[in-house]
Ligand binder design. Sequence first.
Ligand SMILES: [Zn+2]
Length: 543
Amino acid sequence: MKKLWPVLFLLLAACKQKEYNADLLVKNALVYTVDSTFTTANAFVVSSGKILAVGNIDTLEKQYLAREVIDAGGKAVYPGFIDAHAHFYEYGLGLQDVKLVGTKSWDAVLDSVSSYSRHKTDGWIIGNGWDQNIWANKAFPNKAKLDSLFPVRPVLLSRVDGHAAIANQAALNIAGIKPGQKITGGEIETVNGKLTGILVDNAVGIVTRKIPAPTEQITQAALLDAQRNCFAVGLTTVDDCGLPYTMVNTIAALQHKGDLKMRMYVMLADQQENYDYLFKRGAYKTPGLNVRAFKVYADGALGSRGACLLHPYSDQKNWSGFLLSSKAHFEEVAKKIAAHGFQMCTHAIGDSANRVMLKIYAENLKGKNNKRWRIEHAQIVSPQDVKLFGDNNIIPSVQPTHATSDMVWAAKRLGAERLKTGYAYKDLMKQNGWIPLGTDFPVENINPMYTFYAATERRDLKGSPDGGFQMENALSRTEALRGMTVWAAKANFEEHEKGSIEVGKYADFVILDQDIMKVKGSELPNVKVLKTYINGVKVYEKK
Ligand SMILES: [Zn+2]
């Protein structure tokens, strides 16, 4: 035993020499810190999940001894991406449904549904993603063939924007929908006294309310499936827009267990029980979950002509769309959200919906303020209303891929002149000097690279149009990157904890295979995430 002492002493001495004072050192990187002056660095240090130091490798290596060292091989490193407007949970649930995005015809939709029904052999058939705008005839489908294929099983297939759906007769029966039935804020299409199965906006809800609620197991699987795909594209925070309060506990429990690592900013839906919950409880805030906002719908979407316009649609006479609730409802909601000090986030697509909401916001915000009330989408805004954003510090929260998805048909809905007032991200950005970016996934793809490309190049994945769509409203690459990181954080009141690689912030970052600040514009959609980190811990690595 005695003989062991010198060995032990040496071991202790060796340990003492190796006194770690950091968890992680990232070196040989081109680090875009996205701080206020857009500084770059070649290394940074992480301790206890947060950024401890950023700077030059020679200095940092002298000061810090980290347990783990990542040699980035000269690759570019960015703050983890934030999607300021998404439907994360719904996307996860959708992963379990029939995927109809990109189907080229109604018959192709029916084929997909039929083959899905052979795998999932009972219960409701739920599908999403069809878009008649990419079909040859561009007309809404009719349920006749769906009824003959599925006379008993209820089927509900949502349009890509989620604002319209087609249901078969079995589903309509369960929902008790009758030909000619009217509903405010929606439409039940009836032709020659017969239901076509097409339901628009609030009418869709009559059917969806009859779908049995997902079990706790399905709910958890949906969140984890969504997380897996989102980590692979570099997302480290998502804003989930319009959840019921009951999801708060599910998310919190899953995060507490360590299974759900995705950080979430949750907006609760415009429903009395959600107001009751949050007003009584107060804001909910942990490092992974922030609940302090409400999501309200002013109108529908442009594709299904549900967006509320000041003047009629160019391709439908005497039709201007509609508000989803009365103005009085929006006024009342705004007043109570203001009184309780929460954030209001309103979906507004059409120029009329935007005007209504901007005015209601202005009455409550009364000029310059730091309440960060948001207009989600702000898609078509009358030039005379744009300044209301700046005057009242209202945040336009926009989705650049909507511009490049809609541009092929939006002119038909709006006409050339009105189209110029749409998707005006640069003009909107100038109002407050910053703008958060998102995707509205699953309406669009989850990939932030597509957002970056659409915002800066204003072209679709096929590269059209040449020279970009309404380029006066393109963002610079610096602006687009800020929009996906620190400005998105700011829209969530989280710019002091995330959104840039700066001392004291969470060590959420991504390593990309190419430098998006330098690569050719047409290359941007092909840029891949090599690794994604949350709290300095790897959550994704490209195989
Ligand atoms: Zn949305």
